[in-house]
Design a protein around this ligand. Structure first.
Ligand code: ADP
Length: 196
């Protein structure tokens, strides 16, 4: 029988993340990943997500900064868990690859035609940055910016591929701007109905 007392909290969390990422990725490959459509409070969702990340950021002495524009609606209709999954992945990475400084979550409304609201999220860090030739490949499955990343920081290289697919399923896209040694800003957009 497995002795869970032998594992640290962080290694159990890593194992759980790994299992969930592999499951999600299999669902995507099989075309079986479905999105929920419910009303939810976007500001609450963002606040709870930041709360989950706070201990990891605090441990590294990083400041987490939320900047949600006043024009962002409070209630929207969509999949709160999958939206949170993208933010958690991007902010988790930002914390992982930032030795000092801050991680900012920005949310604003982008102009769009139609009945939906187009939300633009940006996760900006002051971390190690990503070389230009890696900025595209990191969105492919199982890819990391260099071969020492898995050894140094752990991870599977699946998180961004899953996030890209989720953003696409929500009618948006994902991209990165980065400079080595200066930090990275991961952007993604989603189209959601305004909720009640
Ligand atoms: P994982 O984090 O499990 O390795 P991801 O798909 O989430 O997988 O990320 C892929 C790779 O992209 C990471 O291994 C890292 O090399 C690079 N990366 C992602 N986010 C950042 C960031 N904020 N700063 C620097 N590198 C990053």
């Amino acid at each position: 029988m497995a002795c869970f007392d032998c594992f640290s909290q962080s290694s159990l969390e890593s194992l759980l993340t790994l299992i969930n990422e592999i499951l999600d990725f299999s669902k995507i490959e099989a075309g079986c990943l479905a999105l929920e459509l419910v009303n939810f409070d976007l500001r609450d969702n963002a606040a709870e997500t930041l709360k989950l990340l706070m201990p990891g950021a605090k441990e590294k002495g990083l400041t987490l900064i939320p900047e949600i524009a006043a024009s962002v609606p409070q209630f929207v209709r969509g999949d709160p868990h999958r939206l949170r999954q993208i933010i958690l992945n991007l902010m988790g990475n930002a914390i992982k690859f930032t030795p000092r400084g801050s991680v900012t979550l920005r949310v604003q409304v982008d102009p769009d035609s139609g009945d939906c609201v187009k939300l633009h999220f940006a996760v900006q860090d002051t971390g190690i940055g990503i070389p230009p030739d890696k900025q595209r490949v990191i969105f492919e499955r199982f890819s990391q910016a260099d071969n020492s990343v898995a050894r140094k920081f752990g991870g599977t290289g699946l998180g961004l591929a899953i996030s890209a697919k989720l953003a696409e399923m929500m009618g948006g896209q994902i991209w990165v701007e980065s400079e080595v040694g200066q930090g990275s800003t991961f952007h993604f957009t989603v189209r959601l109905e305004t909720g009640r």
